[in-house]
Design a protein around this ligand. Sequence first.
Ligand code: SF4
Ligand code: SF4
Length: 176
Amino acid sequence: MRIWLQNVWLAVSSVIRGLWLTLRVWLKTYRRPTFTEVYEYPEQPIPLKARYRGFHRFDLTTCIGCDKCAVACPVDCIYINKSRVPGSKGFQVDGFAIDYTKCMFCALCVDPCPVDCIFMGSNHDLSCYNRDGCVVDYAKLPLEIAWGRATLTPNAVAASKVIDEPVWIKGESSTT
Ligand code: SF4
Ligand code: SF4
């Protein structure tokens, strides 16, 4: 009988502790300031941690088109379009698209790059109205945007969609 009463008390006290915890968390939500009270986003940028993994930074002028990043990507969301440079062993990168509907920002594409031309950037907002806007071809973006010196915006991505040629070709000066 004593053990039975102990078990009943244990069950009842566990339920009470659980309910008390739920009640405390629920009440905390009324004291927590809303997101817009803390941050004036999008008027002011949100402070990010130093190693935040945002949209990539990519340097077209350094990339050798070796495909190592694409091979390392666990979700196969890097699409590299390249062609042989006439009279040379190297490749010309004609397209370097990342599909952000699939990318999970794991950064596994960064480490294998032998020439350090792809990094995770700090940009985090690329709102778009359709899925095509989430596929960013870094070879068609102005070099300073692709490399993270200027902000990657949906307008820049939309403008890159109407370009056929990469913005920079080996041996030629930049068109941006
Ligand atoms: S961050 Fe990860 S998922 Fe995104 S492109 Fe790089 S390897 Fe692929
Ligand atoms: S690993 Fe680096 S050099 Fe090779 S294709 Fe990817 S970004 Fe270009």
